[in-house]
Design a protein around this ligand. Structure first.
Ligand code: ADP
Ligand code: MG
Length: 394
């Protein structure tokens, strides 16, 4: 997987259609409450502006369900983007059609136009070929910089690439290069740390990683199901009883593959799922019938952190405990710190895990923070993402 980037093609004077992810949170008054996603697209947009392309941006916002709805207009995004770029960003009234085409005809080199919400058309999510062709007709080159929607085969993420040459924007390229290398040709030791609430969310991730890693660490709520499979009494902890057999199978798969699979040996428990509940740190053999496991214990955290420090490649997805509650955040914190200190390639994916490393202030010390929740999960599952597959290889 080696995609051609925008710095490897000629863009000067060309109409370039860029799929960005401007699906930003807004309040009732359509004020943007977090512009991280707009900022994330700046390197690609700035590059195209500096290299004198005619820049046409397309994105979705919210779920307008295929109908025009001013509540989901991208107009406020155009205003914010203008401020960030330091130049005017025009907003089109639509995303396809005659008027938009006419507006594009007037675009000069280095000017930027943001098309209206592409999900105002139901054809977008249906990946309707005629609609994709209409999008493609607006430009000579297509660039995808929206990794977060690359797992969806929509007209603006996949269909359009059938009609004009398609390249990876800087954000997209970074995701695919770093995660792709980790999965295909990792520096070793290669370890994965998987956590979060449920095994069922990440079965395919665990199965795929078992074929690739040297060490697999399992923590968080999902470790409970594995521990139960090993015969431990888990009290009132979150356990997926219908996944115990599968957990046992995965433990065997690990053994066959020569992967050491590490589980917590001590845990932090409480009698209720509450931030103020009194907690105890105990050995995994010591749970009482009414105990809930809410974090990994310090001994386990230390052991896991040691593996992280010795690794050349680390992929982390899923917190080690209920980190939203202060009393149960130590395990996640310890891993986050070890990731920050690790000299190898460090990658974090998953909405809550990314929130955790940001909250803990270590994000800047990691090699890569994957922006797409669902997309990075599917990537880790070893699936081909349609939006990535559509881009030109080198
Ligand atoms: P990500 O978004 O990083 O992929 P998940 O969504 O899979 O992560 O899981 C995150 C959630 O898992 C958090 O809200 C956290 O509180 C919860 N969690 C972690 N450990 C436990 C546990 N022992 N019991 C219950 N919930 C847990
Ligand atoms: Mg999550």
């Amino acid at each position: 997987m080696n995609k051609t980037g925008i710095d490897e093609i000629k863009v000067q004077g060309r109409r370039v259609l860029v799929r960005v992810d401007f699906n930003v949170p807004m309040d009732d008054k359509q004020t943007i409450t977090d512009d991280t996603r707009i900022r994330a697209a700046l390197p690609t947009i700035n590059y195209l502006v500096e290299n004198r392309a005619k820049v046409i941006l397309t994105s979705h916002l919210g779920r307008p369900k295929g109908k025009r709805n001013s509540k989901y207009s991208l107009a406020p995004v155009a205003v914010r983007l203008s401020e960030l770029l330091g130049q005017e960003v025009q907003i089109a009234k639509d995303c396809v059609g005659k008027e938009v085409k006419a507006q594009i005809q007037t675009l000069k080199d280095s000017q930027v136009l943001l098309l209206e919400n592409v999900r105002f058309y139901e054809e977008e999510e249906k990946n309707n070929p005629d609609f994709a062709k209409k999008l493609a007709d607006l430009a000579e080159i297509y660039v995808n910089d929206a990794f977060g929607t690359a797992h969806r085969a929509h007209a603006s993420t996949e269909g359009v690439a059938k009609y004009i040459p398609a390249y990876a924007g800087f954000l997209m390229k970074k995701e695919v290069d770093i995660m792709g290398k980790a999965l295909e040709n990792p520096a070793r030791p290669f370890i994965a740390i998987i956590g979060g609430a449920k095994v069922s969310d990440k079965i395919a991730v665990i199965e795929n990683l078992l074929k690739k890693v040297d060490i697999l660490i399992i923590g968080g709520g999902m470790a409970n199901t594995f521990l139960k499979a090993q015969g431990y009494e888990m009290g009132k902890s979150l356990v997926e009883d219908d996944k115990v057999a599968l957990a046992l199978e995965m433990l065997k798969m690990a053994q066959t593959a020569g992967v050491s699979l590490l589980l917590p040996s001590d845990v932090v428990v409480a009698k209720e799922f509450s931030a103020n509940a009194p907690s105890r740190t105990i050995d995994i053999t010591r749970l009482e019938a009414d105990d809930l496991v809410l974090d990994i214990g310090p001994e386990s955290a230390e052991k896991f952190a040691k593996e992280v420090l010795a690794a050349q490649t680390v992929i982390w997805n899923g917190p080690m405990g209920v980190f939203e509650m202060e009393a149960f955040a130590r395990g996640t914190e310890k891993i986050a710190q070890a990731m920050a200190q690790c000299q190898g390639i460090t990658i974090v994916g998953g909405g809550d895990s990314v929130a955790a490393v940001e909250k803990m202030g270590v994000a800047a010390k990691l090699t890569h923070i994957s922006t797409g929740g669902g997309a990075s999960l599917e990537f880790l599952e070893g699936k081909v993402l349609p939006g990535v597959a559509a881009l030109k290889d080198k």
